[in-house]
Design a protein around this ligand. Structure first.
Ligand code: AMP
Length: 299
């Protein structure tokens, strides 16, 4: 089943307690695709500047990630900088330069328009809305965002929320968007706004799926060393939707397994800078960690 993703494609500069990297490829669409492509083919919609080195994403092309919807505009690629605290659940954004993003208004290629699964990754909600309006009849729309857009463009974001089936946010973003500190109340509030499902990412504490007034809770995989948490959320979403689209069925069992695959993929990406770890990964290691995940919670 086809997945379409629209999101950022970036050059990231990141500092963690394990080191510093400048202008490494990143962005929500790339992290998502690097994870989802282990399960399903992915159609990317995004924009880069003329300074973007496309050889950095050639490994994705080999994994059936389609870049026909990638626009190359004159100007600079989107840039983001972040610094993590010793407690890597916390980070400061050092800069966000939208650059070619500023006027991004994509036309969706005709052969993308029948995509059944749509991931509106973290990007300007005006672009998310515009993309959604160009897709014929998606089976499932999953929405992600971040504080930058919750604070900057809440009205249009709420319009996208209304049109989405699944909202996927971290706990802080959910609290901010819903206005509730308590996650149960926050989940209920979001359901009132439109989506049927809410996924709450809780970093090293795992993830929660809320729907039909009940929860499924998955731990995160215990790691002795987290090198760089950047993109963990988008990678989680890639594992989640990649698996769900390949199962092509919204049963309880598949939804739960999708959440676990999300956690599996996120546990890999944080073990190195940028998406290096996903670049060298294979399906056997993914399935092995999935089994280990299962053992974590059998009692
Ligand atoms: P995460 O760690 O899951 O929050 O994702 C980090 C990724 O989001 C980085 O690769 C950034 O390039 C990208 N990013 C940061 N800020 C924004 C923004 N305002 N809009 C779109 N993408 C962003």
């Amino acid at each position: 089943m086809k997945i379409l993703v629209v999101g950022s494609i970036a050059y990231d500069s990141v500092e963690t307690p394990y080191g510093k990297r400048e202008n490494e490829p990143g962005g929500s669409a790339l992290y998502f695709s690097a994870a989802a492509s282990f399960f399903n083919s992915v159609n990317v919609v995004g924009v880069v500047g003329s300074d973007f080195d496309t050889s950095k994403i050639s490994f994705l092309k080999k994994r059936h990630v389609n870049f026909d919807g990638l626009y190359v505009e004159s100007g600079e690629t989107f840039r983001w900088g972040g610094r993590y605290h010793t407690n890597m659940n916390k980070r400061d954004t050092l800069f966000t330069y939208l650059n070619v993003f500023e006027d991004f208004n994509p036309t969706i290629p005709d052969h993308y328009k029948d995509s059944q699964y749509v991931f509106l990754a973290n990007i300007d909600p005006d672009v998310q809305l515009d993309v959604l309006q160009q897709i014929s009849n998606p089976k499932l729309t999953v929405l992600d965002t971040m504080n930058f857009w919750i604070n900057g463009k809440k009205d249009v974001l709420l319009n996208v929320v209304k049109k989405s089936d699944i909202l996927i946010l971290n706990d802080e973003e959910l609290q901010e968007l819903s206005g509730h500190d308590n996650l149960v109340n926050a989940g209920r509030e979001i359901i009132q706004l439109g989506p049927k499902y809410v996924i709450i990412k809780k970093g090293e504490h795992g993830a929660m799926l809320y729907y039909n007034d009940r929860f499924f809770i998955s731990p995160a995989f215990p790691l002795d060393k987290v090198i760089d948490p950047t993109g963990a959320g988008d990678t989680f979403a890639g594992g989640f939707l990649g698996y769900l689209a390949s199962a092509n069925e919204m049963s309880d069992q598949h939804l739960r397994r999708s959440i676990v695959y999300g956690g599996v993929m996120a546990s890999f990406v944080v073990q190195d800078f940028s998406f290096k770890q996903l670049q060298n990964l294979d399906k056997q290691s993914i399935n092995q960690r999935y089994k280990e995940f299962k053992e974590l919670t059998i009692f």
